[in-house]
Design a binder for this molecule. Sequence first.
Ligand code: AHR
Length: 311
Amino acid sequence: MRLLLCCLLVLLTLPTSQPHAQDNAGLTIGFVSMGYSESEWYVAVHENFKEEAGRRGIHLLFAEASARQGYVNAFRYYVEQNVDAILLVPFASPDWDELLREAQDAGVPVIIIDRMIPVDESLYLTFVSGDFVDQGRLAAAWLAQATSGVCQIVELEGTAGSGAAMQRQAGFDDVLALFPQMEIIAAQNGDFMRPGGEAAMSQILATIDPADICAVWAQNDAMALGAIDVLKNAGLDPGDDILIVSIDAEPDMLRALAEGDANATVEFSPLLAGPTFDALDQYLAGEAVPRWIPIRGGIFTQDTVAERPAE
Ligand code: AHR
């Protein structure tokens, strides 16, 4: 009887299915991304992939490329090595089809991360990213509500031609179209970088009276943080004199919210590795994988930032 009870207990405590973390153990995966820290968000993405790969026992080959040729070299190397999958975090550039076709011909699945590229749909397994249009809409909706639909806006734009910049702008404009008294009075490119945001804001302040600016809308936190520095140096009180709304919810921006220097940031979690590796599990198990794995996020304001759960 005691033996029977013991066996029953063992059976009851056995896991019914293996957790995902075990499933990709032993795989070799090639990762290629931008070779410069465009923003803290990118740094966090890279860290997340390295940590999650370590947790799952994946051998992650990691390449950071600063130009197209670097991508091509790393990508071809991974194909030659016959890795189990390639994770591509692309930058805005045309002509990816040929490269992705080489991987397909070699039987190596490719997952595109963060920014979509103009590429034949049959050449990649899935796309893991946020809904950039939605992020832009959320930022504009918050601003419309905070200003009762009356606001002269300065826009700091991300890298020209990138999906993140174009789609965030499109989403923001969608909402603006509903509010005739909200308008963008100046727009400058800041390349998604903090120094870019500083330079863009300085140029704008050289031509526009700050009293005419109701809000700065930056397509990412890094540029917004650069703009905040410039506004402060000009003796202004960002977060109060001029509203600041942006995207990412990176730690420095959450601090700026808590300190009253910014007003809202739409969350784009950099924790993309888990959903990416899970999708690969599904594929390797012969299961269908959706074309797009959307990463959803909310919005943080000065009021809600304190409630954010610790990561
Ligand atoms: O493509 C995603 C965007 O690029 C992030 O929001 C931004 O911070 C990054 O540089």
